[in-house]
Design a protein around this ligand. Structure first.
Ligand code: 5GP
Ligand code: ZN
Length: 114
């Protein structure tokens, strides 16, 4: 837990969020400023800032996130596809420095930026 981190505060329940899924490894909640009809954030329950800083133990949590994402997407009705994004650092537009995976869908995403 990083006391200055907004996602740690969400994980701790200090800041409310619209939770979609939770287990011992991750929390999945709705993005506050959705960029698509469905926009979820999958956040491992270990504070580390970026993909570039991830250690082996944290990588195990991220692996669990990726294993879980397809069933969460199914539950959200994203049957015709979705986009999974990790922003790494400033040029990618990362604004919250607690690693998170964006899950975007519920509409055609177009071919802009992948
Ligand atoms: P990044 O730009 O770092 O990849 O993504 C951070 C995301 O977190 C943004 O899409 C932003 O809307 C979302 N976000 C920032 N603060 C909050 C918050 O307090 N609650 C929720 N649910 N999402 C947040
Ligand atoms: Zn954090």
């Amino acid at each position: 837990m990083d006391k200055n981190c907004i996602f740690c505060k969400i994980i701790a329940g200090e800041i409310p969020s619209q939770k979609v899924y939770e287990d011992e490894s991750m929390l999945v909640f709705k993005d506050i400023q959705p960029q698509a009809k469905v926009h979820l954030l999958c956040v491992p329950k270990s504070h580390f800032a970026t993909l570039a800083e991830m250690n082996e133990e944290q990588a195990e949590l991220v692996k669990k996130c990726f294993i879980k994402i397809p069933s969460i997407a199914r539950e959200q009705g994203l049957d015709s596809g979705y986009r999974v994004i990790i922003n790494q650092g400033a040029d990618a537009g990362q604004t919250v420095f607690h690693l998170h995976i964006h899950i975007l869908g519920g509409q055609p995403m177009g071919e802009k930026m992948l």
